[in-house]
Design a protein around this ligand. Structure first.
Ligand SMILES: [Fe+2]
Ligand SMILES: [Fe+2]
Length: 279
């Protein structure tokens, strides 16, 4: 592809217009989820170690995975720097240590926990679907101009990450031939995991004093209440299309329309109910 020749220089923290920061436009709920997202993104190096184990005889993919992880870590740095501007008392290093002490990624696995390399790549596509939709939604929801710019950059990276994992998925599918049902099963299981420990623990480590005990249900709800409210129909529709494509299904058409309607209804209802419960 021409892309590698023509590809623009990747953005850095120096490209962010920090001087435009406007404290009056910081939303306290957005600040909480940004702090949590900074922790998860900054943990990208551990995922690269896991991916390099799973793809131990594929140096091309290992190179890609290492470059990918550096971009994820940079997302964490940009979000942490913004959170520090918005809340100078925010101690990222202390929070990140609590996060990584309490939430461990299994980096030693020699084979994918998804049963095949294709399954692993489908799961990676779903993660990038989630992050690209999430940062696009956060960009549209945020009023603070520096955060908007950070989210715009990150959302574009996440979309590119999806394409990257999808390209490798296409390379592995003819070799492994895992079938559509297995792809669909990986998609569903990875979507279900989005309310698991990782984001809940990051939300807790980033926002709660160490004296308070971790409660997965409580912090999973606290995160979801804030994050789910950002999504608009266009974000859900594009996310659904990307997930269907990763599953080997038609990204557009009736199934997309139905799932988009269901997704919008689910996100709005869950965020409204959690807000009413005072989470
Ligand atoms: Fe990221
Ligand atoms: Fe990503």
């Amino acid at each position: 592809m021409q892309q590698s020749v023509a590809r623009k220089r990747h953005w850095t923290l120096e490209d962010i217009p920090w001087a435009q920061f406007d404290a009056a436009k910081v939303d306290p709920d957005i600040l909480k989820v940004v702090k949590a997202a900074a922790m998860v993104e900054h943990n990208g190096g551990d995922y690269a170690a896991y991916l390099c184990n799973v793809f131990h005889d594929d140096p091309d993919f290992q190179t890609v995975a290492q470059a990918w992880a550096l971009e994820e870590v940079q997302h964490g740095q940009a979000l942490a720097a913004w959170a520090k501007l918005a809340d100078p008392s925010f101690d990222f290093d202390a929070g990140f240590k609590r996060f990584t002490d309490g939430f461990k990624i299994e980096t030693g696995a020699k084979a994918s926990i998804r049963g095949s390399r294709s399954g692993e790549l489908v799961a990676r596509c779903i993660v990038e679907t989630g992050t690209s939709s999430y940062y696009a939604a956060l960009k549209d929801a945020a009023a603070e101009p520096v955060l908007k710019e950070i989210c715009r950059n990150i959302a574009a990276d996440e979309l590119r990450h999806y394409k990257l994992f999808y390209d490798h998925l296409r390379r592995y599918l003819p070799r492994e031939n895992i079938g559509r049902w297995k792809r669909i099963a990986v998609v569903l299981s990875r979507i279900r995991e989005s309310e698991d420990d990782e984001l809940a623990y990051a939300y807790y480590a980033a926002n709660e004093p160490a004296a308070i005990r971790y409660d997965r249900r409580r912090y999973s709800k606290a995160y979801a209440r804030r994050a789910y409210g950002f999504y608009r129909r266009s974000h859900v529709e594009r996310g659904v299309a990307m997930a269907l494509k990763a599953a080997g299904l038609n990204p557009q058409g009736r199934l997309n329309a139905w799932l988009t309607r269901f997704g919008c209804w689910f996100l709005a209802r869950r965020s409204r109910r959690l807000a009413a419960a005072g989470v």
